[in-house]
Design a protein around this ligand. Structure first.
Ligand SMILES: [Cu+2]
Length: 141
């Protein structure tokens, strides 16, 4: 009986451990590759469903040589991109990654993205957690 009770406690604790990164990812998509280019961009909506601040500190994918979190900024009347080393989400906050704003910038895309393809991304958070999700390639026409 005592052993059984211990097992039960371990089983109850495990799921809590696995759900440490309390975020929700929705509407994940990737731009269809433009012929002749080897860079790509991924978009999604992320919500912090937990009760503490969570920060995106990096991203990963097998689909490209490198990947960075980027933002578009206006400088001297020109639209430019800059790398975002850390992006914080307050509890309850939602940030939309979309064309002209935040995006996952991919350098050296290995296979051109075609509509309907699936691309897997992983986001790394400052607390050491990470979350993986699939994005669908969408036509830009
Ligand atoms: Cu970019």
């Amino acid at each position: 009986m005592r052993v059984f009770r211990k097992l039960l406690i371990v089983c109850l604790l495990l799921p809590i451990q696995l759900l440490a990164a309390e975020v929700e990812i929705a509407n994940a998509w990737v731009k269809e590759s433009i012929p002749g280019t080897e860079n790509g961009a991924g978009y999604f909506t992320i919500s912090n469903t937990g009760s503490s601040v969570i920060s995106i500190v990096g991203a990963a994918t097998d689909a490209s040589r490198a990947i960075e979190v980027h933002q578009h900024v206006m400088r001297d009347g020109m639209m430019r991109m800059r790398r975002v080393p850390e992006l914080a989400l307050e509890p309850g906050e939602t940030i939309v990654f979309q064309p002209g704003g935040y995006h996952l910038m991919m350098f050296g895309v290995k296979n051109a993205f075609k509509p309907g393809d699936q691309v897997e991304f992983t986001l790394h958070f400052s607390d050491g957690d990470s979350v993986s999700f699939d994005a669908e390639v969408r036509s830009i026409r």
